[in-house]
Design a protein around this ligand. Structure first.
Ligand code: NAD
Ligand code: DAU
Length: 350
């Protein structure tokens, strides 16, 4: 039986990727390797946890010996690597955590794959999931493509850029069969409420202020998480070794317009007078080094591999809001414990 090891499978995007692979590839063993940090939650996978082809390994990618032991046990034929520290604001307060997991952790995985596949690289694949933030910031015009030069601005994006470079270097130096994709902002079910959309949904439900950094004119390109999971499956199955693929939603929104839309959609769902939630919008201190605009030109993956998003923003946001309203217990559970301390520290001086 073939084995695919997916790292970070208990997180937001990883859980959608694991579910997709468990369901679509019943004859393949899917191993979810995750350290279960604050962002990892096995509740995200209750619907597939009993599937015969699903396995879970609690491993920290900063621990090279633990990775080696896991690789020896499962002998993976392929790695899909999502495990990372993923929040820009946390990277500003604690950059070293991002170096340790995103850089060192990725190199630990590359070393383990190189050692395991030393005699036979044919048919193997190391797929690294990266971000459009490695390209830095766009002005009002233009798009990121596979040809855009790297210019990361935050400790998070610098750590992801570094990990991309290591993955590429292992291909050039050791012939490791690698592929990389760089995706824009995801949204959807299971998104941890430290990121813009789920944080706003959570605060609207709690009647708390909605903190908009700076003037709110920063722009992001939003993609529904299941569309990203589908793109990842497409790149995994059809992508070329040594290539990179940009993935995006063709769906740019300024933060303030997006939050206003979300407020109105939530008011309608909660049967409140339209305008109620917009009254919670509060402009706060800007994020240091805040990138003005991200936007992806996803022509290559569409033309070469046939992928395009299935959801519109209207259908994706409706599904997202429905999910959060139906999963109040999940939201309560992930915002208990250390969440409140993070929130107070992040927004105290705002
Ligand atoms: P997330 O923070 O929701 O999940 C990260 C997962 O990695 C968690 O399950 C966590 O427990 C695990 N993890 C963290 N440190 C670990 C360690 N040391 N060892 C093992 N597991 C560890 O992240 P996400 O938003 O789902 O992002 C997943 C990947 O996709 C990341 O590599 C991120 O850079 C990339 N990405 C995210 C987005 C986005 O919009 N969220 C867009 C493009 C790319
Ligand atoms: O572009 C892909 C990246 O998207 C991923 O690589 C990252 O892992 C992911 O976190 C995301 O990064 P962003 O920094 O773009 O996402 P975030 O949700 O943190 O912020 C989106 C925008 O909203 C950004 O311009 C900052 C702003 N913002 C965010 C928060 C949390 C606010 O105005 N207020 C907030 O409270």
């Amino acid at each position: 039986m073939k084995t695919i090891l997916i790292t970070g499978g208990a997180g937001f995007i990883g859980s959608h990727v694991v579910r997709r692979f468990v369901r679509n590839h019943p004859d393949t063993r899917i191993v979810n390797l995750d350290a279960l940090t604050y962002a990892g939650n096995l509740e995200n996978l209750v619907d597939v946890q009993d599937a015969p082809n699903y396995h879970f390994a609690k491993v920290d990618i900063r621990d090279a010996a633990a990775i080696e032991a896991c690789f020896a046990q499962y002998q993976p034929d392929a790695i899909i690597h999502l495990a990372a520290e993923s929040h820009v604001d946390r990277s500003i307060t604690d950059p070293m955590a991002f170096v340790e997991t995103n850089v060192n952790g990725t190199v630990n995985l590359l070393n383990a794959a190189k050692a395991l596949w030393a005699d036979q690289m044919e048919g193997k694949r190391f797929y690294h999931i990266s971000t459009d933030e490695v390209f830095g910031a766009l002005g009002a015009e233009g798009f990121f493509t596979e040809e855009t030069a790297y210019s990361p601005n935050s400790p998070y994006s610098a750590s992801k850029a570094s990990s991309d470079h290591f993955v590429r270097a292992y291909h050039e130096t050791y012939g490791l069969p690698v592929v990389i994709s760089n995706c824009s902002n995801n949204y959807g079910p299971n998104h941890f409420p430290e990121k813009l959309i789920p944080l706003m949904i959570h605060n609207i439900l709690e009647g708390k202020p909605l903190p908009i950094y700076g003037d709110g004119k920063y722009t992001r390109d939003w993609l529904y998480v299941e569309d990203h999971a589908a793109a990842i499956e497409t790149v995994f199955l059809k992508g070329q070794n040594g290539e990179t693929y940009c993935i995006g939603g063709w769906n740019e929104w300024q933060n303030i317009d997006l939050v206003r839309l979300l407020c109105d959609l939530m008011d309608a769902r909660l049967e409140k007078p339209v305008g109620t939630s917009q009254g919670l919008i509060t402009f706060v201190k800007d994020r240091p080094g805040h990138d003005l605009r991200y936007a992806i030109d996803a022509t290559k993956i569409h033309r070469e591999l046939g992928w395009k998003p299935a959801e519109t923003f209207e259908t994706g946001l409706a599904k997202t809001i429905d999910w959060y309203l139906a999963n109040a217990a999940w939201l309560k559970s992930v915002t208990s414990g250390t969440y409140q301390a993070y929130y107070d520290a992040q927004y105290a001086s705002a």
